[in-house]
Design a protein. Structure first.
Length: 324
């Protein structure tokens, strides 16, 4: 009997093992999403850059928000600056566009005149015009060589302001736009009429990615995200963020602190809100970035668990320079 058992075991071990499925390599024309900066808010923090993302494939690059340090991070990600085709700004808070001056300045110093289109909400034309005006003294000085012909820093810079429902069709992909709830101005006020915070859906060859930008819970964003393969979303750890605010902005008035606390509470997404949005939209995967207040040791696992109570797909709490 023992001999039979040994023989049977040997036969079983000798059977060929069923081949495991191997993920297909990405197509040569596929885009990669890189989280260049995953910090939430303007406060400097070691280990995380200000909000910025890169959509990249061979010979082509697109920046989505340009927080401080975006250009250095873009180089770290292996993207070539001359390949930059578009910039997409979600809203005009400084932590999302502080690096835009560096984008324009690098064009000037490398005498790059390849077309660049900057998309964003109302206000972007005024902002870009101001940055270009600030560049003109440097443009006139050039490299300090007699006879040098200066270039116009505005050359081939195109700015397109977007609003709710806009659709932008580029050669290889389409971008759909929705306004979100990062602002809550008084209905009918001049501010409510003027300012927008935007979310973008990138329908790419083979997959779709929605980028929430900064937003509170929003049915429009949930609808924009319907069936997307990947939801790249902001997140706030409210308790930790409010505690940090109390320590780091003691110089502001109680009224200003109240306004700031209301903004943090109403205009950002909790882990529960992310789970609800992702589940309702039926997205394939959640990537959490713009992480406000998330400096607590071991918090990433907690955030994943909290989102996972409602959304049963994969959840990644992104770090700088991760590729998707």
């Amino acid at each position: 009997m023992a001999k039979k058992m040994i023989l049977l075991a040997g036969l079983l071990l000798a059977q060929p093992v069923a081949a495991q499925p191997v993920a297909a390599p990405p197509a040569k024309d596929a885009y990669t999403w890189v989280t260049l900066g995953t910090m939430g808010g303007p406060m400097p923090r070691p280990g995380r850059n200000e909000p910025a993302n890169l959509l990249v494939r061979a010979g082509e690059a697109h920046l989505i928000d340009t927080g401080d340090g975006a250009m250095t991070a873009m180089a770290d990600a292996g993207a070539d600056y001359p390949d930059l085709r578009t910039v997409w700004i979600s809203h005009i808070h400084f932590d999302h566009l502080g690096g835009l001056y560096a984008v324009l300045g690098l064009r000037l110093q490398t005498r790059t005149v390849r077309p660049l289109t900057i998309y964003g909400p109302p206000g972007m034309k005024e902002i870009v015009a101001g940055l270009i005006a600030a560049m003109r003294p440097s443009a006139r000085s050039g490299f300090g060589i007699p006879g040098e012909v200066p270039i116009d820093p505005a050359t081939n810079i195109n700015v397109v302001e977007l609003d709710d429902g806009a659709v932008v069709k580029l050669d290889a992909f389409t971008v759909r736009v929705a306004t979100n709830t990062h602002y809550s101005f008084t209905p009918g006020s001049p501010e409510e009429h003027t300012f927008r915070s935007l979310s973008y859906r990138f329908d790419l060859p083979g997959r779709s990615i929605i980028y929430t930008g900064d937003t509170g819970p929003s049915e429009k964003v949930t609808q924009l995200a319907k069936g997307a393969d990947m939801l790249v979303t902001e997140m706030i750890d409210l308790d930790n963020t409010l505690a940090q605010m109390g320590r780091r902005v003691q110089h502001i008035s109680p009224e200003e602190k109240t306004h700031m606390a209301e903004h943090l509470t109403r205009h950002h997404l909790s882990t529960q809100a992310i789970g609800e949005m992702a589940a309702s939209a039926g997205v394939g995967k959640v990537v959490v970035t713009h992480i406000a207040g998330g400096a607590v040791q071991g918090a990433d696992a907690t955030y994943r668990d909290q989102i996972g109570r409602l959304f049963k797909g994969p959840v990644v709490i992104a770090k700088d320079m991760e590729r998707f």
